[in-house]
Design a protein around this ligand. Structure first.
Ligand code: NAI
Ligand code: COI
Ligand code: MG
Length: 359
């Protein structure tokens, strides 16, 4: 097969980790006889520097015409002074919206040899395998108004949390479809004791659940869910939730695997190309030092093979290669135990490439 991939490196460690994923995709292409072509486009701080716009129109076009989009991360302290709509992060929100990527799938599964990298007890995290389904184009990050204004003689800031039935329906259906091929359990996470949007969320999720009689549905308040993720993460199969809640819970859940550098994601819509990105940000503290763990982005590229290209064996080869390098004991700094040798981003990447080529 021939596939065109648009790569959005972004800022900080973004370029380092997408370069790693591109190398692994090239190895997949060679090994399984596919032709992957790569086209680069600026987003975030890089795009502000070059085009004074975190999401140039040409970048949107390059994404729309691709078979799949691979993103690093956006954001840099240099731009923290800018208003929200001009910051690098606005480029990411914008491309998610422009491509209609309403579902962000964030799988969380550990690796036995990594259990010591987590600060949590081995018996709590051993065998964790859950999927966070985060609504991605609505909720608190997108509601209007979103502004600064005058109120009672002083400045006020407002963000809005709103959801339409149709937005909740489609993300709920996505979660139930995934649960059907996993362990048939959905936990819908909300704050229905306080928020009206959460009460509508619960109602709609209940309605969608009727289409999936073999899937068990449970509702959980988000504050309790944050605690349960640490207390007993193995109770979860699929968790479906609002944009902000999903953003926060997934960073928390990354610690079940040992590091934020381990968590991949797929952002998908009802048609058009999907966007594949690690859960982590630009990590300015380690950028440019070859310290970044590339596995989250490599695994995100694996999700592209599976979800956008339907290449199941190829996706499995990437997953197996990631597991193999961990079993061999290769560790970037974020997952290295005390006294363990630390691999660079390139060393970790080359090891994954070797395993893909021998699959
Ligand atoms: N999807 C995206 O583009 C996201 C962008 N950001 C942006 O990134 C910038 C930094 O945000 P932070 O809150 O520091 O979050 P972050 O996720 O960039 O970093 C949090 C911590 O995790 C570490 N870390 C993250 N990824 C790693 C990796 N692959 N390997 C090893 N260690 C890793 C970092 O070194 C840091 O100590 C901000 O500008 C923020 O807006 C944050 C989250 C997501
Ligand atoms: C706009 C992003 C910075 C939000 C985020 O943290 C994420 O999508 O994980
Ligand atoms: Mg986040």
């Amino acid at each position: 097969m021939t596939k065109q991939i648009t790569v959005l490196p972004g800022d900080g460690i973004g370029p380092e980790v997408v370069q790693a994923a591109e190398k692994v995709l090239r190895a997949v292409g060679e090994t399984f006889n596919h032709e992957f072509t790569f086209q680069y486009a600026p987003i975030g701080g890089e795009a502000i520097r070059k085009h004074e716009n975190p999401l140039p129109e040409a970048t949107v076009e390059a994404c729309k015409t691709a078979d799949g989009v691979l993103l690093g991360a956006v954001g840099h302290p240099d731009f923290d002074h800018l208003p929200g709509s001009e910051r690098p992060e606005a480029g990411l929100l914008g491309i998610r919206k422009a491509l209609g990527l309403f579902a962000n799938l964030r799988p969380v599964s550990g690796h036995e040899s990594l259990n010591d990298a987590s600060t949590l007890k081995r018996e709590v995290i051993d065998g964790v395998d859950l999927m966070i389904v985060r609504e991605l184009t609505g909720g608190l990050y997108f509601g209007e108004p979103k502004e600064r204004r005058e109120a009672g003689g002083e400045e006020e800031a407002v963000d809005t949390l709103s959801y339409r039935r149709s937005e909740i329906e489609r993300i709920a259906r996505q979660a139930f479809e995934l649960a059907k091929v996993r362990r048939s359990h959905v936990t819908s996470v909300d704050k229905s004791n306080v928020l009206e949007t959460s009460r509508l969320w619960q109602e709609v999720v209940e309605e969608v659940a009727k289409e999936f009689p073999d899937v068990t549905l449970e509702h959980m308040l988000v504050d309790n869910a944050a605690m349960q993720l640490i207390r007993d993460p193995k109770q979860f199969d699929v968790m479906v939730t609002e944009n902000t809640f999903g953003d926060i819970l997934s960073d928390e859940a990354s610690m079940l695997t040992g590091s934020l550098g381990m968590l991949p994601s797929a952002s998908i819509g009802s048609d058009g190309p999907g966007l594949y990105e690690p859960v982590h940000g630009t990590a300015p503290d380690i950028a440019g030092q070859s310290k970044a763990n590339p596995l989250a982005t490599i695994a995100s590229a694996g999700m592209m093979l599976k979800y956008s290209f339907g290449m199941i064996d190829e996706a499995q080869a990437v997953e197996n290669a990631v597991q193999a390098v961990l079993t061999e004991g290769l560790r970037t700094g974020d997952i290295a135990g005390e006294g363990e040798a630390v691999a660079t981003t390139e060393e970790m990447t080359e090891a994954v490439v070797r395993h893909v080529k021998s699959s």
